[in-house]
Design a protein around this ligand. Structure first.
Ligand SMILES: [Cu+2]
Length: 159
């Protein structure tokens, strides 16, 4: 038997043992691993022209999970607080307001984009600079969360 074959035989023996329950099972992945079926892409934060003012976070969300969810909360690293906003008509004016929870079901695709639903980051740390990155986390009903990287852009950059 050559060395490679011998190693393979050893590995095989180890796997067989654990399959029989001789070694403790791996603990279940923590909730931080994400929301099954959720994919978030194209995430970017656009800083306010005036430092310290709220910054907007935009991203594309695709959901292909079996469980129906509602998206209602989020966090942004480097911001004291964050909340989802939408635009609506109030007092005969189109203005920004708090977003109602968004239901998610299998096959849904939602764009969080300028002039529509977006995530607003409040009290943004001066450490968040154009060209850098931060992280945002979306939280759904039931408390499952998914964290994703967010590119930071200056106020005048393409959104
Ligand atoms: Cu807003």
């Amino acid at each position: 038997m050559n060395a490679k074959l011998f190693a393979a035989a050893l590995l095989g023996a180890t796997c067989a043992l654990s399959a029989c329950g001789e070694s403790p099972e791996q603990p279940a992945a923590p909730a931080a691993a994400g929301i099954p079926g959720m994919k978030i892409s194209n995430a970017r934060m656009v800083l306010a022209p005036v430092a310290g003012n709220p910054a907007a976070v935009y991203f594309d969300l695709a959901y292909d999970g079996d469980q129906a969810l509602a998206l209602n909360r989020a966090e942004v690293k480097g911001a004291k607080s964050a909340m989802f906003h939408d635009y609506g008509d109030y007092n005969f004016q189109r203005q920004m307001m708090e977003m109602l929870p968004v239901p998610l079901k299998k096959g849904d695709k939602i764009e969080f984009k300028p002039g529509a639903r977006h995530l607003m980051a409040m009290d943004v740390s001066p450490d968040l600079k154009p060209g850098g990155t931060t992280e945002a986390t979306v939280i759904v009903s039931g408390g499952a969360r998914q964290t994703f990287p967010v590119e930071i852009r200056a106020a005048g950059d393409e959104r």
